[in-house]
Design a protein around this ligand. Structure first.
Ligand code: GLN
Length: 488
């Protein structure tokens, strides 16, 4: 296995043992970018110019006998939704083309304090609205496991970069599944933390009550490592939780003896579950059982409304958040407008893509006088019922398990003309966001054609420790996470 395909923790151990250098790791990753990026197109902006010297600086510290942290000098990527001081940040939109933020997002600040060596900003669906990375204004990203398929979305660029060895790990964001579903489509680990665990300051807002940043990595150990760095209270984000952050790597041990794992009865009934996804799920449940877990059937009646509720609430919040893109304050301004209204209209007409316009119109409609009670208020009530279902479930079980996505990675273009079909693929990931719960997708096998499948685990608020421990035990018993794409 090449260095660029190895987990960070393993690479760190090997460099501390002087078997390899950080510079060799960086060269391996940069070589991958050189060979494959024109096909994968994981990045919107590459900042690779300083990556080798960043790695050499870590090696120099090692040579002097100074302490070097596990991510110091390791080449990483960031979804282009995290603002980065002086580095163009587009959020996948034309309306932010050329925008160079004056400061860093909190998570970027934290990564820098730990020696971030940034490769670049990865592609995403425009404003994170999508499940395939095809709505980006900068063109689609391809799935390294099958170049004619999507890498998932919206954090598809981050997932594709890691899967192709074009980054050791990356950060994504998850409003309705955008960390977990791309991880599932590319055989990676994607962890969405509890709402409030990770600061949203400097993370461009899509739907503020749902958005949460988190890691996309090769294994759960690297996810725990990055979660340690990015978690914690931030006074600049009023929804950030005042909760102590444990050392998440402490939970990389143990088995699942006596752990009750909930299986949601209603999920199998949703109808669109691909038979191969169903088979893999059965095999994964067997593995969990062999590790000592006790499966418990649970009922969550309101889960069937998750898609409807999410696709009301997320557009409502988006329609408000995106009001700031007016051509006055940020990004390009349309030329030739004769008054202010026309300036707004022209800028937005040229700057936003079709999916973003659709969401703004849906949200504006659902929030308008006369429809507010019928849509927004009703959706908020069902959101509360869903939270109640989860409260009841987590009184009985420690974890809930199921497939991350009802289908494996689909072909480029396959669902572009049918937004509803695209929305329905999010059915299993949306509930965790609506309830603010932590959830992880881990490699859970492959279809006969070799397409990756994800196993999703959910836990109660702030119980990332349980996700990490279970994922660790699962990884010890399987080798899905050790397979790499052939890239041909
Ligand atoms: N696919 C969902 C949407 O389009 C979720 C996206 C996300 O998590 N950012 O809204």
């Amino acid at each position: 296995m090449e260095l660029c395909e190895s987990p960070i923790r393993e690479l760190h151990r090997r460099r501390l043992a002087r078997e390899i250098s950080t510079a060799e790791i960086a060269r391996s990753v940069l070589g991958r970018i050189e060979r494959y990026e024109t096909r994968v197109r994981a990045y919107i902006t590459l900042t690779t110019g300083d990556v080798l010297s960043g790695a050499e600086a870590a090696d120099a510290k090692l040579a002097r006998g100074e302490p070097v942290g596990p991510i110091e000098g390791m080449p990483l990527a960031l979804k282009d939704i995290f603002i980065t001081a002086g580095i163009e940040t587009t959020c996948g939109s034309r309306i932010l083309k050329g925008f160079k933020p004056p400061y860093d997002a909190t998570v970027v600040e934290r990564l820098k304090a730990h020696g971030l060596n940034l490769l670049g900003k990865t592609n995403l669906d425009e404003f994170a609205m999508g499940s395939s990375t095809e709505s980006s204004a900068y063109g689609p990203t391809r799935n390294p496991w099958a170049f004619d398929r999507v890498p998932g979305g919206s954090s598809g660029g981050s997932a594709a970069a890691v899967a192709a060895g074009e980054a050791l790990a990356a950060l994504g964001t998850d409003t309705g599944g955008s960390i977990r579903q791309p991880a599932a489509f590319t055989s990676l680990v994607g962890l969405k933390p509890t709402y409030g665990r990770v600061s949203r300051y400097g993370m461009i807002a899509y739907a503020s009550s749902l958005d949460q940043g988190g890691p996309i990595t090769r294994d759960i150990g690297d996810a725990a490592l990055l979660l340690n760095v990015i978690s914690g209270h931030d006074p600049r984000d009023s929804t950030s939780a005042r909760r102590p952050v444990p050392d998440f790597t402490r939970y990389l041990q143990g088995d699942l003896q006596g752990v009750r794992v909930g299986l949601v009865r209603e999920i199998g009934q949703a109808g669109q579950l691909d038979p191969e996804v169903g088979l893999a799920l059965q095999a994964n449940l067997e593995t969990l059982r062999a590790l000592g877990a006790e499966p418990v059937e649970i009922s969550m009646p309101s889960i069937e409304y998750a898609v409807a509720v999410y696709y009301i609430l997320a557009p409502c919040e988006a329609s408000s958040n995106l009001g700031r893109y007016d051509g006055i304050r940020l990004g390009p301004r349309a030329a030739g407008a004769s008054d202010l209204r026309e300036l707004y209209r022209k800028t937005r007409q040229q700057g936003f893509g079709a999916e973003v316009k659709r969401r703004i119109m849906l949200g504006t409609f659902a929030l308008s006088a006369g429809y507010y009670d019928a849509y927004y208020v009703r959706a908020m009530k069902i959101r509360e019922l869903l939270r109640e279902d989860f409260r009841r479930a987590f009184a009985r079980v420690e974890l809930i398990a199921g497939p991350t996505s009802p289908i494996p990675a689909f072909r480029l273009g396959e669902k572009l003309d049918d937004p509803l079909q695209m929305y329905l693929t999010d059915a299993y990931t949306l509930p965790a966001n609506l309830a603010g719960l932590p959830a992880v997708s881990i490699p859970g096998g492959f279809t006969r054609a070799g397409l990756p499948l994800g196993l999703q685990l959910m836990a109660d608020h702030f119980r990332e420790d349980r996700l990490i421990q279970a994922a660790w035990a699962f990884e010890q018993a399987t080798d899905h996470h050790r397979r790499r794409p052939a890239l041909s």
